[in-house]
Design a protein around this ligand. Sequence first.
Ligand SMILES: O=c1ccn([C@@H]2O[C@H](COP(=O)(O)O)[C@@H](O)[C@H]2O)c(=O)[nH]1
Length: 267
Amino acid sequence: MDALRKRWSAANSLVCVGLDPEPAKFPAHLRSTPDAVFEFNRAIIDATADLVCCFKPQIAHFAALRAEDALERLIAHIHAAHPGIPVILDAKRGDIGSTAANYVIEAFDRYGADAVTVNPYLGRDSVQPFLDRADKGVIVLCRTSNPGAGDLQDLPVDGRPLYQHVAEKVAREWNSHGNCALVVGATWPTQLREVRGIVGALPFLVPGVGAQGGDVEQMVGHAKTGDGTGLMISSSRAILYAGQGEDFAAAARAATLSLRDAINRCR
Ligand SMILES: O=c1ccn([C@@H]2O[C@H](COP(=O)(O)O)[C@@H](O)[C@H]2O)c(=O)[nH]1
């Protein structure tokens, strides 16, 4: 959280670049190279690092390609070449405590991530091994960006939707080390405002701008904290695949700059 606050201020940016490699969308000159997943993502990272508050690799995009080794090397590269930029491993983990303890080792010791996304559905004991790592961030799914988010997350419990209970529990009970944040989708401005009202200045990871169509102005207006921060606004496809040619990294940089500036005009 300290590193995140420093980046908000040093980079003057709330942008999180998501790393979701899809080789079919890579530029042609890279597609056939042996280490294409690493080379593509490294070029994106190096072209955008000064413009972001954090990076967010999505683990399934690497695992599906048998590219976990590339993910390890990319996170190591971020720490070595761009020190101080937090890396969120988007893995949405959630399981019984003994298995969760291994997910903790995977995220923080194997991959070297600074934070990980977790699913709260199994309850406090499933998240506790993550919470116990006081030096690491735990980002809990609250109101996700996808169209079916409300199927379960909106179910009424004691007269209020379930996601509001998640927000309250995380802010009041699970955050004793000050290392928690919430995932709230940019596609749900009303819910962003409600959750911000419940949790004070707790940071939000906000996916859903760019390819999913979330409105930047509405989202920032509803979700920012009093000092105009509090957000890691994540965009993956709209940045990664902004260009298809040899200049793809420059195109990604231009898309990141444009998102950063659009956000900053609303803060
Ligand atoms: O509620 C959620 C939680 C996570 N995600 C992840 O964020 C990115 C979004 O990619 P875009 O290309 O910017 O749409 C992706 O990795 C998702 O798994 C989310 O979209 N919504």
